[in-house]
Design a protein around this ligand. Structure first.
Ligand SMILES: [Zn+2]
Ligand SMILES: [Zn+2]
Length: 651
């Protein structure tokens, strides 16, 4: 018998093998591949290009592992086509290592005891009503959006929904955007369900990864809480997917195999024919549109849990306060903050910039510190005493000698969180401070720091965007946005949406236990519509407006964007190839091809980068004709092409 076997590597089609074994679709097998042996999966279709003439090899053996579901295989085929990723690479996301298949049966899942205990959580009438709308007994595919203000207890509602699925003996997947700091979330899960969920992200140990993988296949593990990649676990009996914080941009995988995990989760649910719930305080523009056209159902929780009120907003006009040089906190804010500290409330200063200063130069010798590998400034990190590139990780010391052997006289331009922290230590010397950023919180002792914050042992937090992600700090009742202009995130088409999401999430950290809370926005720019949108408690008004703008300008979600990034060490070759490639695909795609233009960050990791942008109708035809064109175009050696369907970043 001939069988198509897909091997997890760069090929976009299965290879044909001969076998006398009884093989079913989705079986894991070992096959000879070149001079080595490889693991593969029995696929659903033979390679279409049949005129290849070679001796057919025999399948070596079949592994005693429950097979990959037919629907999962169909999902992977579609995933590969949509994102323009070879089928073999899509399979690689499922099959993390050969060891996991070979040594499957001897694993120990005892730490994930799946028995659900009764708990003491009680839903409010609003939560109950939302659960009812979400939990229609129909187990088929449908997308439900649960929109609730921050702190309204959305988690407990979807936990209840998940419980009903688990009671039926099905498996559940909860996707979270920021998985490094799941401690608080895991605790809540255990309080609710009485057992430990399997946690899946890139930093878990290989051993745990293997245990979870086989536990999923053997249906010994029923719930996974995971980052993007957990979407590719080979669930045998998946009954529900939940995407928490569905609007979060970190669902987009930007490097390597590029895809949007939220969108792919919806598609997997559709292939598996199971329900999916999207959870958010402010939906993404795509989700908002799909609700409007009634593709998705929605229910809303309008009040915070136990009727805690949302924080108030206040704008502080920095033009009036005449800040002395090298200081960023106005006297007006200091006075307000004092009142909160006096009440033993926690205060958060927000600035989305890591390090001490984003730019350093010497005013004597005029030396600027730029990254040698990237076209970007090095950021001064005072705590680590070095200059760091946030793109490639390049580090160097601040050299204290000018060319003519004088001592350098440095100008540190602008603030980062370390600098704000220094200023605050001078203003509030008796308070305990902590910086909350990926430099300080992605370490092993971060759970201890979190505990200290929760127990109000730290009164002043200085945080980057990381702190906006779903934390529950009961004593945090005052937030100061150091400079709303500085914190905005550059100039891309999603800039306004990103800002709205960010400040909404951020404000949501304050006043969660019902005490009065305020968010102060310091700014030099009072006329900004952004502030009006952010301080409006009904985000739908902004989303309506934004959707109109997108429609008028032919932007996503009304059109499909595909971004092509060509990169090379050789600048001239790159420019030449980009232009030739553009001319080659122009007219073949039935859509606009914009560019080539140099990328805003022209050089990253020593590679020059040029962008093309394709804009067309939302059909798979664009991907198909583009794939064909790419296959037929001969790039010169040393040119790399990366394809980003539905891009979010335009760096
Ligand atoms: Zn760099
Ligand atoms: Zn100098």
């Amino acid at each position: 018998m001939r069988v198509p076997i897909l091997i997890p590597n760069i090929f976009n089609y299965p290879f044909t093998y001969e076998s006398n074994l009884k093989l079913r679709l989705g079986d894991y097998v070992q096959v000879p591949f070149g001079k080595a042996k490889a693991i593969g999966v029995v696929w659903d279709e033979f390679e279409k290009n049949k005129n290849k003439n070679y001796a057919m090899k025999q399948v070596i053996k079949k592994f005693e592992v429950p097979n990959l579901n037919k629907n999962t295989i169909r999902f992977l085929n579609w995933f590969s086509e949509y994102n323009m990723i070879p089928k073999g690479m899509a399979l690689k996301l499922v099959l993390l290592s050969s060891k996991v298949v070979e040594e499957l049966p001897k694993k120990n899942y005892e730490s994930f005891n799946n028995k659900i205990k009764t708990n003491e959580f009680q839903l409010s009438p609003q939560q109950k009503e939302n659960l009812k709308k979400m939990n229609i007994s129909n187990q088929k595919f449908r997308v439900h959006v649960l929109q609730g203000v921050t702190g309204s207890g959305k988690t407990i509602v979807y936990f209840e929904a998940l419980k009903k699925i688990l009671d039926k003996g099905l498996q559940g997947l909860i996707l979270l955007p920021e998985i490094g700091l799941t401690g608080q979330f895991e605790k809540k899960f255990i309080e609710f369900f009485g057992f430990k969920p399997a946690i899946w992200h890139s930093a878990i140990t290989k051993k745990n990864r293997e245990i979870i993988w086989s536990g999923i296949v053997n249906q010994k593990i029923n719930v996974v809480i995971g980052a993007r990649s957990s979407l590719f676990l080979p669930f045998k009996n998946l009954g529900l997917i939940i995407v928490d914080e569905e609007h979060d941009q970190s669902y987009k995988q930007d490097e390597g195999v590029i895809y949007n995990a939220r969108d792919m989760a919806i598609s997997r649910a559709s292939f598996e024919n199971i329900p999916i719930n999207l959870i958010t305080a402010v939906p993404s523009i795509e989700t908002f549109k799909n609700v409007k056209v009634k593709k998705y159902k929605i229910s809303k929780i309008l009040n915070r849990f136990k009727n805690a009120s949302l924080p108030n907003y206040e704008i502080i006009d920095l033009n009036k306060s005449k800040l002395p040089s090298k200081s960023w906190i106005s006297q007006e804010v200091i006075e307000k903050v004092k009142k909160y500290l006096k009440k033993k409330d926690q205060v958060l200063f927000f600035l989305n910039r890591r390090g001490f200063a984003p730019f350093v130069f010497c005013k004597r010798c005029l030396k600027k510190y730029l990254c040698p590998n990237c076209s970007i400034n090095l950021v001064y990190h005072k705590h680590n005493k070095n200059l760091l590139c946030h793109y490639c990780g390049y580090k160097e010391n601040l050299k204290r000698r000018c060319n003519n052997n004088d001592t350098c006289d440095f100008i540190f331009s602008g603030p980062g969180v370390e600098r704000i922290s220094e200023e605050l230590k001078k203003i509030f010397p008796d308070q305990k401070h902590i910086i909350f950023s990926s430099d300080t919180m992605n370490k092993k002792d971060s759970s201890k720091i979190l505990e200290k914050i929760v127990n109000n042992k730290i009164s002043i937090l200085i945080g980057t965007q990381l702190i906006s992600k779903g934390f529950h700090f009961p004593n945090l009742n005052c937030i100061v946005v150091v400079d709303i202009d500085l914190s905005s995130q550059g100039h891309d088409l999603r800039g306004a949406e990103k800002n709205l999401q960010l400040y909404h999430q951020l404000s949501g950290r304050a006043g969660r236990t019902g005490k009065p809370a305020t968010v102060y926005f310091q700014t030099y720019n009072l006329n900004k519509n952004m502030i009006v949108d952010i301080t409006n408690k009904n985000p739908d008004i902004f989303l309506e407006k934004e959707l109109e703008i997108r429609k008028k300008n032919n932007l996503p979600p009304f059109q499909r964007f595909i971004s092509l990034i060509l990169s090379s060490n050789d600048e001239r070759k790159l420019q030449k190839n980009s232009l030739e490639f553009k001319n080659y695909i122009n007219g073949k795609l039935n859509s606009d091809v914009l560019g080539p233009v140099n990328a805003p960050i022209y050089k990253i990791r020593k590679k020059f980068r040029v962008r093309l942008l394709i804009r067309g109708k939302k059909t798979l035809k664009i991907q198909n004709s583009l794939s064909l064109a790419i296959k037929n175009f001969k790039f010169e050696k040393g040119i790399k092409l990366s394809v980003d369907v539905d891009p979010i970043n335009f760096n």
